[in-house]
Design a protein around this ligand. Structure first.
Ligand code: NAG
Ligand code: NAG
Ligand code: NAG
Ligand code: NAG
Length: 200
């Protein structure tokens, strides 16, 4: 009975210390769409036996070497390398590094931002696959600051825009649509930045 109580106390302590570490360190990483990014973990290699990466409360499979079919693998002691970035990789990641002989994991929190650039011909439609499940708002830079184009719950702000299956489409692109578009999450963190210019 006494042992059980001890165990219970130990578990509640672990839970508590995890939550205090998370939220305290958030490392910002930026990657270009189609290129690679590294989430640096900066922990000594000594005795690491397990690395768990979570995103949106789901575990992401992490390979131990580069020659595996997955896009995510560890490099060095516990740096996480993500290959061939897409917009949907943007957002918050939590890395738990476990050691042998220690119940308490080391925790790192990351915020991955994806950048891209694209050109559009005047009169064509521009389709951006940026309405991620963690996206809250899409804005475009203009001379008067940031203009809201889409918000979760309210959808698009103009009839020239379409919101369909996770894509935001700007119909019949004009010179006025050039500029920088950005996608924010509900905490106001930037997920995606797309620079759009026009070609004749
Ligand atoms: C992070 O931890 C330090 C020291 O424990 C504390 O002073 C600070 O308020 C914490 N920051 C956040 C954002 O929780
Ligand atoms: C991304 O990583 C792959 C494989 O690790 C490598 O072949 C490629 O050159 C890298 N791309 C860039 C842009 O660094
Ligand atoms: C969303 O946009 C991407 C990239 O432009 C495109 O490949 C995809 O087919 C689009 N999906 C839909 C449902 O329109
Ligand atoms: C672009 O914006 C300017 C200034 O608001 C406006 O006069 C012009 O008609 C717009 N052009 C197009 C193609 O929408």
């Amino acid at each position: 009975m006494f042992r059980w109580l001890n165990l219970l106390l130990l578990f509640s302590f672990i839970k508590y210390s995890e939550t205090t570490i998370v939220g305290n360190i958030s490392i910002h990483v930026t990657g270009q769409k189609g290129e690679n990014a590294t989430l640096p973990c900066d922990i000594e290699a000594r005795d690491i036996f397990h690395v768990i990466l979570t995103r949106l409360s789901k575990n992401i499979p992490v390979c131990e070497t580069e020659d595996c079919s997955g896009r995510v693998f560890t490099k060095g002691s516990c740096d996480v390398f993500i290959k061939d970035l897409s917009f949907s990789d943007a957002g918050k990641y939590i890395l738990r590094v476990r050691y042998t002989n220690t119940p308490k994991p080391q925790i790192r929190e990351y915020h991955l931002q994806i950048h891209a650039g694209t050109s559009v011909k005047k009169g064509e439609d521009l389709e951006l696959d940026v309405l991620l499940i963690n996206a809250d708002k899409v804005e475009r830079s203009s001379s008067s600051g940031w203009t809201e184009l889409w918000t979760r719950g309210h959808g698009v702000s103009s009839d020239r825009l379409t919101d369909r299956d996770g894509n935001l489409t700007i119909n019949e692109f004009t010179v006025n649509d050039t500029g920088t578009y950005r996608v924010l999450d509900s905490e106001g963190e930037i997920l995606i930045t797309v620079t759009v210019w026009n070609t004749l």
